[in-house]
Write a protein that binds this ligand. Structure first.
Ligand code: DC
Length: 220
C-alpha cells in the first residue's frame, strides 16, 4: 500500500454511506471504492454462471478471477462485469442478500483483499463497506462508522423504491434489513463493526447534507 490518504466509511446497509462516500470522493478528487459492489457483482456472477451458494471452492475461484470494472460517473457508479453493465441488476434487495451470503465465506474475503487495496492510489481514496476501517485499510487516516435505526433505513429504501415506481412492503423491508445486519455483524471473519478509532455517526435524525458536513469537517 502507498501513503495516499484514505477515508473509510463503514456501516450497515442503507445508512447512506455510499452517497456520502461518492460526494466526498468527488469533492476531494480522490478515487472511490464501493466494496459492497464487489460482493454484489460476485453474487451476481455466481447466479449468471449457475454456481450454487454451497459451492464454496467455485465461488472462491470466481472471486479470484472476477473481471470487474468501476467508473464513477455524474449519475453514480457504473459497474461492468465481463464487459456487461450490471449497475442496476446488482442493486436489488435479492442481490444485496446474496452478496451478504457470499461475503460470509472467509476464503472469498481473502481472495478479494488485494483487489480492494489496489484502489488506494494517489491522490487518495474514499471507500465504503463493512470492514474497510477494521481489516482492509486498518491504517486509514480517517475512519467513520455511519449508522441509523433499521426502521429509518427501511423507510429510506421504501421511499427510494417508490420514486422508481416500485411498490414495497415496509415491514418486509425492516425484516430483510435486520436479517442482513445480523448476518453481516455475526460472521466470524471481518464482521460489521466500528473501528476503535472511528468517528461514529448516527444518521437516524440527520439529513444527508448534515452528515456530509460532519464527515467533511472530520477530514479537514
Ligand atoms: O454495502 P452493500 O449493501 O452494497 O453490501 C452488500 C453486502 O456485501 C453486505 O450485506 C455484506 C457484504 N459486504 C461485506 O461483507 N464487506 C464489505 N466491505 C462490503 C459489503
Amino acid at each position: 500500500m502507498n501513503n495516499s490518504p484514505v477515508l473509510t466509511i463503514d456501516g450497515p446497509s442503507g445508512s447512506g454511506k455510499g452517497t456520502i462516500a461518492q460526494m466526498l470522493a468527488r469533492e476531494f478528487g480522490w478515487h472511490y471504492l464501493d466494496s459492497g459492489a464487489i460482493y454484489r457483482v460476485l453474487a451476481y456472477a455466481t447466479l449468471k454462471h449457475n454456481i450454487d451458494l454451497s459451492e464454496e471452492a467455485n465461488i472462491v475461484k470466481m472471486a479470484e478471477q472476477l473481471e470487474l470494472r468501476f467508473q464513477l460517473e455524474d449519475t453514480g457508479l457504473k459497474v461492468l462485469l465481463e464487459g456487461e453493465e450490471v449497475s442496476e441488476h446488482i442493486r436489488s434487495e435479492k442481490a444485496g442478500n446474496a452478496a451478504s451470503k457470499v461475503a460470509v465465506i472467509p476464503a472469498v474475503r481473502t481472495a478479494l483483499l488485494q483487489r480492494q487495496r489496489d484502489f488506494c492510489q494517489p491522490p487518495g481514496l474514499v471507500t465504503d463497506g463493512r470492514d474497510m476501517g477494521t481489516v482492509v485499510f486498518p491504517d486509514a487516516q480517517f475512519k467513520v462508522f455511519l449508522t441509523a435505526s433499521a426502521e429509518e433505513r427501511a423507510l429510506r429504501r421504501h421511499k427510494q423504491l417508490k420514486e422508481k415506481g416500485i411498490e414495497s412492503n415496509l415491514s418486509g423491508l425492516i425484516k430483510e434489513i435486520s436479517e442482513r445486519d445480523k448476518r453481516d455483524s455475526e460472521r466470524e471473519v471481518a464482521p460489521l463493526k466500528a473501528a476503535k478509532d472511528a468517528l461514529i455517526l448516527d444518521s437516524t435524525q440527520l439529513g444527508i447534507s448534515t452528515v456530509y458536513e460532519k464527515v467533511r469537517a472530520f477530514c479537514t
